[in-house]
Design a protein around this ligand. Structure first.
Ligand code: WQD
Length: 342
């Protein structure tokens, strides 16, 4: 009987891609999601890709009774991959209490359930946002965290501390936090991908929606940064490469290869690309004449960040493989699928 993995937030962007890779690895997946930022039709897409439909339960993990009832109903959970969280940076500035409550109470309910139901392992979705604007680049796992630029970012930093302290205090509990850089792209089948609700905050979905004619033009937030072309630099990681990192982390824990009860890894490509470089690469790989203009900086943005991925490469044995070009192409193929564009 293959091991059963709980994926919270499993109908979301990174969650759904991780469910696919876990199923490809032979795991039996159950998803918990409150569908506040994703649709139930993602289950059909996952089933089309892998031939296996994950089990699904709809509720919010801040509800302790429903969380307890879930673990009574699914006594065979071997490990948890925890994505479920609110994640819009701007919204978190307006609604800090909702963000702290949702993201931290969900995590604590899960950790409490792990202790009660003897579930040893959790892989957690963290973010490079915990580094703020690093003094030195590239960022390693030794780079000190900085006060987060937003309540969303702070929920990630505080979540890491909660896991660290709980794992150290609780026999048999092991957690790995994966600090994502900028996830982009879509599954090569174009059946799952990023589908932001409303106007996209993130760069790549805004680019693909502009290319699809849903947005007039892309606004580039600032070209007066201290970078080669003046636009901000990020480490854009393909979402399938990122999903595979979760499978590697789950196997590390299930096989007791972890070196400590709490570990964290930078999951990026090691390459930084500017906004303008991304725009030019998108136009080149898709042939779309993307309309864009440069406007002022966006409040809260950092100037540049990219990862030193040697620790994840050597310790996890994981490395990002997809090129930026094929990743941007996959994002465009997905957008065309969603909008029924030939
Ligand atoms: C990337 C670059 C923008 C939109 C955030 C969160 C991070 C994670 C990923 C959740 C920046 C520029 C963007 C646009 C633009 N979120 N940009 N025009 O801000 O690096 O990271 O999303 O897990 O935690 O902090 O990503 O895609 O919003 O921006 O010029 O319309 O693109 O200024 O330089 P960001 P992003």
């Amino acid at each position: 009987m293959s091991k059963q993995i709980l994926v919270t937030g499993g109908t979301g962007y990174i969650g759904s891609h991780t469910v696919v890779e876990l199923q490809n690895e032979g795991f039996n997946v159950v998803i918990v999601d409150d569908l506040s930022n994703s649709g139930i039709e993602v289950l059909d897409a996952i089933e089309k890709i892998t031939g296996k439909r994950p089990a699904f339960e709809k509720f919010n993990l801040t509800d302790q009774d429903k969380t307890n009832a879930f673990f009574e109903k699914y006594p065979g959970i071997a490990a948890i991959v925890h994505f479920a969280a609110f994640k819009a940076v701007g919204e978190s500035v307006e609604k800090p209490l909702e963000y702290y409550h949702n993201n931290l109470v969900s995590l604590m309910n899960l950790l409490r359930s792990m202790r009660e139901h003897k579930i040893p392992d959790m892989v957690f979705s963290s973010s490079c946002t915990v580094y703020g604007q690093p003094e030195k680049l590239p960022v390693t796992e030794d780079t000190p965290r900085k006060p987060a630029e937003s309540p969303y970012g702070n929920t990630k930093a505080v979540s890491e501390d909660i896991m660290r302290d709980f794992a150290r205090a609780t026999e048999g509990i092991n957690c790995i936090a994966l600090r994502y850089f900028n996830p982009i792209g879509a599954h090569p089948s174009a059946l799952i991908g990023e589908l932001p609700v409303g106007v996209p905050n993130n760069l790549v979905p805004f680019i693909t929606q502009t290319a699809a004619g849903l947005r007039d033009e892309l606004k580039i937030f600032g070209d007066d940064y201290n970078t080669p072309d003046g636009t901000a630099i990020r480490d854009y990681i393909n979402v399938v490469d990122l999903a595979k990192a979760h499978v590697v982390a789950i196997n590390r824990l299930l096989n007791n290869k972890q070196k400590a009860s709490y570990e964290f890894f930078n999951i990026g490509t090691g390459e930084g690309y500017s906004v303008m470089q991304l725009v030019k690469a998108f136009i080149k790989v898709t042939g779309v004449n993307l309309k864009y203009s440069v406007v002022g900086r966006r409040a809260g943005d950092i100037e540049k960040i990219w990862a030193d991925t040697s620790y994840a490469n050597n310790e996890l044995g994981w490395k990002a493989e997809k090129t930026l070009e094929e990743t941007l192409k996959s994002a465009w193929e997905w957008e065309k699928h969603v909008r029924n564009i030939r």
